[in-house]
Ligand binder design. Structure first.
Ligand code: DGL
Length: 282
């Protein structure tokens, strides 16, 4: 595990960002695994969804947000969005340098596959950006483990979840139609390649439970939280202060409905602050 060259202190916050509130599923997994850490969450709701944006636009947003999180003294910047991870991880890592450790949601998932799989077929569902970037495909090929891989862009799922449509007949029909796609036939495991999808994990599991073959679900929110915990422990960067500062949740465009649906993603309602990071620099 990488150790040297970083200049962080254990009591600095963990910065987490996403295109919107989907990344709160990752923030929740981080908070569950590391309850004493102070989280600063930023959802770029002004530019949602990232899944349909160009790579260049997502890179520009991601660097700007990372800059803000660095100025807020974060020891870790966690890109809690598969679309941003696939478009901007390398650029953000280069930009941040040794000032903070950058995590994305893709590399911990690839590490998990390396450690737990021996060949077989793995499927992925995600946004258009994540699927068309082919980042997962390339990284799985680089493992040279003989894993077959196929990915399906499931563009209706993010708006469906954000509309609060889950665990009902409409969501079942949409999910079932996607999962029945021939490209996902005969898979052993399915990667939830979008941080919104833990919300529909049970429905996805039910689909496969009713089928003829057991299919494992790889949830990147849990995988990245475990990887982050291991990193902080190994580098003695776990916050030991008895009273961590209060967590902060910021969005670039505030609406009441965003605040209302935080509960679905974070398990409890959180107070959202509006923070204009884009316009104030232009
Ligand atoms: N949460 C984002 C992801 O993981 C998807 C939402 C969006 O398209 O902005 O890709």
């Amino acid at each position: 595990m990488e150790t040297s060259g970083f200049f962080m202190k254990s009591n600095q916050p963990i910065g987490i960002f996403d295109s919107g509130i989907g990344g709160l599923t990752v923030a929740k997994a981080v908070k569950d695994a590391l309850p004493n850490e102070n989280i600063i969450y930023f959802g770029d709701t002004a530019h949602l969804p990232y899944g349909d944006k160009s790579t260049a636009a997502i890179q520009a947003y991601s660097v700007r947000i990372s800059d803000m999180l660095l100025k807020m003294n974060c020891k870790v910047i966690l890109i809690a969005c598969n679309s941003a991870s696939s478009a901007a991880y390398d650029l953000v890592t280069e930009y941040v340098g040794k000032k903070a450790k950058v995590f994305d949601v893709i590399n911990p998932t690839i590490d998990f596959i390396r450690e737990n799989y021996k060949g077989g077929k793995i499927g992925l569902i995600g946004t258009k950006q994540t699927v068309s970037s082919e980042v997962y495909k390339k990284k799985i090929e680089e493992l040279s483990m003989g894993i077959q891989f196929s990915a399906l862009a499931t563009s209706l799922l993010v708006p469906m979840i954000e509309e609060g449509i889950h665990n009902d007949q409409i969501s079942h029909e949409i999910i079932n139609r996607y999962l029945a796609d021939p490209s996902l036939s005969a898979i052993e495991s399915l990667i939830l390649g979008c941080t919104h999808y833990p919300i529909i994990k049970d429905e996805i599991s039910t689909y496969y439970r009713n089928g003829s073959k057991a299919v494992g679900i790889i949830d990147s929110a849990e995988t990245v939280a475990k990887a982050l915990k291991a990193y902080l422990e190994y580098n003695q960067l776990i916050n030991k202060e008895r009273r961590a500062a209060p967590d902060r949740f910021m969005v670039s465009d505030f609406t009441k409905s965003f605040e209302h649906i935080t509960k679905i993603f974070f398990g409890k309602e959180v107070h959202l602050e509006q923070r204009l990071i884009w316009d104030e620099h232009n």
